[in-house]
Design a protein around this ligand. Sequence first.
Ligand code: PXP
Length: 246
Amino acid sequence: MLKLGVNIDHVATLREARYRGRERGEPDPIAAARECEAAGAHGITVHLREDRRHIQDRDVWMLREIVRTRLNLEMANAPEIVEIALRLKPDIICLVPERRQEITTEGGLDVVAAERAIAETRRRMNDAGIEVSLFIAPDPEQVAAAARTGAQFIELHTGAYAEHFDDAARREAELDRLVRAARQAHELGLKVNAGHGLNYLNLPALHRVPHLVELNIGHSIVSRAVFVGLAQAVKEMLALMESYRG
Ligand code: PXP
């Protein structure tokens, strides 16, 4: 069964827009996590950014207490955040690139360029009982490097697929890249997640990508929640994932 991790960063984005610097405010990402889990989500994903633009430290500690499914911490391979993760002990971390000016995580991690540093963080996390995923573009060199680091998972960056969804030729080309990368990763013993830019329209065609374990989806679910509520938005996404056959 294809699993859904709901990225609740944007619940915190909305809170910070009004309550930055305060100890509490609405909407509350902790309540959002509870609601997603009750609606059937298989995991909760948050990105503790170095600039703390949405999720705050207190959020991740509360989430660690209340999440009953699986807590996935997206993070840069930066010393301060690595130390927090080692103490927090999420179930899994996903290493992502982070640039200050970006609106969201824009590209994949360059594992080829930073292989040694990533392998070292991978080792420290695994020693602490935390699984490791690497957020990478569907690029054969990045997949091969990810396997060499000893990571358990990759998360394939579906941003280019989502971006070009309305252009049939580009969409097919991006789907092909995702299919090939998923097969390669599977052959190398990596488990395969995917995410970024996925929504209710582009998800069905993604079923062509084999070996997927989990999708991490944030923006489209939180956006739909404005109109139908978070529980319904999660259930609708789960319904679209149900027919995935791997
Ligand atoms: N996966 C990763 C690694 C991400 O960085 C993000 C965005 O924070 C997502 C998934 C979710 O992307 P979206 O909000 O576009 O669904």
